[in-house]
Structures are given as structure tokens and as C-alpha cells.
Write a protein that binds this ligand. Structure first.
Ligand code: NAD
Length: 259
């Protein structure tokens, strides 16, 4: 098996400079420095709320109060979080036209707060609430989520027999839900046009993001990976691997790429 060698920043910057269409795929790792833990963090949020138990559509429908406990905990963290130097570097690279789009699995909205414009939120965004039944949406209040599930204001006007989904849920894709068609269409567009994919802070285990590296590699794009540790694709698909923290590596790369 090919070993994972740490590539040099200069080597990666050269590939990035030569690329015509660079797209980033980001995961929970880029927001760890902002105070939002990833799934791997040994303690904290995800050991208290197993997403496979609390974060499924089934749980939300059958026991909204239970799902709401996890939503509240995530929302508290996200509300306190600010973007970090990794998010900022990507926003600057986009401004300088060296990054076309960010496809993110994160639901924290931090890329946009850092100034990125073309962000495809594959799993939605926790800063709005939506009714799964009728599509009604509203912003999460500045003061944060209410402590109890919020009934959909439209459902309240329907007869009880029509109230299949009575509550609003954070506008995110729960386990058991499909990624929105618009996001998929956007991802396919970039998949077919990119020549470089920069994968940052994701274990690349969760589908459909996990399918993207294979698809772009088959179409001839190069892959650069930035992560604390090698992932299942580092040996097989990545052209270059950079071991380290996204918030430290990305600002250095930004400087080198923009010269
Ligand atoms: P993951 O937890 O499976 O993997 C995170 C990856 O980031 C790991 O490979 C880890 O080694 C790496 N990492 C941790 N800190 C890093 C750092 N400072 N710099 C670079 N890399 C770092 O997360 P995932 O692959 O994104 O998939 C998990 C799912 O959980 C996604 O669907 C996502 O929506 C959701 N999630 C989102 C958030 C968020 O919105 N911030 C947080 C946790 C989980």
C-alpha cells in the first residue's frame, strides 16, 4: 500500500496556482478551532448526543423533544462560534478568484460569515428553521433556539388530522433525509468542471460527500487533502496530503498561492 507522505506547502501552492477551477470540500475539522467539535473529538457534544440516535428524521418525527435536545446543544455552540483563520483564508482565495466554490458538510454558516459567497451547504444550515411538511422557514432568533420544539405556525391552522409534521426543525439534513436537489445539481456542476479539489477537515466517510473524491478523480481532477490525520482516501485518491490544522495551514497556503 502506498504510504501517505506529507507534501510541502510550496508543492501544493504550485498545483493550486496552476489550476483553472479549484473547489474546496470542507467538513467539521475546519470549524474545530471555532469551538464546534467534530465527531471524533473524544469528549463533549457527540459523546452526550449520538447523532445516529438524536439526529435522525425518525427521532425528530417520533420524539421531537428528544431530537430538540441535540439541536439546542449544537445551536448554543454555533451561536457562540466565530469564523477562524481557515474560513477567512478560503474567503480571501475566492475574492482573488483562486477558489470557485466551497462545498461544505458543515451546518454552522461560518464560511459565509467569513465572507465566502459561493457556498453549497450540502447538509443545510442550522441558522434557519423549516417545516418539513409545508416548506415554511424562519430565522433562528438572535437569542438562540427556544427550549422546546417550535410548532409550525401554518400547521396550527390545519385540522389535527393534517398535522403530520407539527414542528419546525433546524433547516439541516438529518440522517434518513435526502440532500436537497438544488445542492446536488450545484455539486454535479462543479464536479464536472473542477480540475482541483481541496479537501479540508473531513473524514470523507459520510455520503454523499464521500462519493465526490472518486467522481472528480475519475474525471481527471487532482485532489489535495488537509487533515490532522490521513483518511481512507489519502493513499488511494489524494495527489497530495498536508498533515496539520486547517486554521494554520490555510493562511500560509493563501499567501503562497496569491504570491
Ligand atoms: P468528521 O467528524 O467525521 O471528521 C472531521 C475530520 O476533521 C477528521 O478527519 C479530523 O481528523 C479532521 N480535523 C479535526 N480537526 C481538524 C483541524 N483543526 N484541521 C484539519 N482537520 C481537522 O466530520 P465530517 O467528515 O465533516 O462529517 C461529519 C458530519 O457531521 C457532516 O455531515 C457534518 O454535517 C456534521 N458536523 C458538522 C459540524 C459543523 O457544522 N461544524 C460539526 C460536527 C459534525
Amino acid at each position: 500500500m502506498k504510504s501517505v507522505e506529507n507534501s510541502s506547502l510550496e508543492q501544493i501552492a504550485e498545483i493550486w496556482r496552476a489550476s483553472k477551477v479549484t473547489v474546496a470540500l470542507t467538513g467539521a475539522g475546519i470549524s474545530v478551532a471555532s469551538g464546534i467539535p467534530d465527531f471524533r473529538s473524544p469528549k463533549g457534544l457527540w459523546s452526550e448526543f449520538d447523532p445516529m440516535e438524536y439526529g435522525t428524521l425518525e427521532t425528530f418525527i417520533q420524539d421531537p423533544e428528544k431530537a430538540w435536545q441535540m439541536f439546542l446543544a449544537v445551536s448554543k455552540l454555533a451561536r457562540k462560534a466565530s469564523f477562524n483563520s481557515g474560513h477567512k483564508a478560503l474567503a480571501e482565495l475566492e475574492k482573488a478568484k483562486k477558489l470557485k466554490a466551497i462545498i461544505t458538510q458543515n451546518i454552522d454558516g461560518l464560511h459565509q460569515l467569513a465572507g465566502s459567497r459561493n457556498v453549497i451547504e450540502m447538509h443545510g444550515c442550522g441558522r434557519t428553521l423549516a417545516c418539513p411538511e409545508c416548506g415554511y422557514t424562519e430565522a433562528v432568533p438572535e437569542t438562540g433556539l427556544q427550549p422546546e420544539p417550535v410548532p409550525c405556525p401554518r400547521a396550527r391552522t390545519l385540522p389535527a388530522s393534517h398535522q403530520t409534521h407539527r414542528y419546525l426543525k433546524p433547516n439541516v439534513i438529518l440522517f434518513g433525509e435526502d440532500v436537497k436537489r438544488e445542492a446536488i445539481q450545484n455539486i454535479i456542476h462543479w464536479q464536472n468542471s473542477m480540475d482541483l479539489l481541496v479537501i479540508i477537515g473531513t473524514s470523507a466517510d459520510v455520503y454523499p460527500a464521500a462519493a465526490l473524491p472518486n467522481a472528480v478523480k475519475a474525471l481527471g481532477a487532482k485532489i489535495i487533502e488537509i487533515n490532522l490525520e490521513p483518511t481512507r482516501i489519502s493513499r488511494t485518491l489524494s495527489s497530495c496530503f498536508l498533515k496539520g490544522k486547517a486554521e494554520e495551514i490555510l493562511p500560509k497556503l493563501q499567501k503562497l498561492v496569491l504570491g
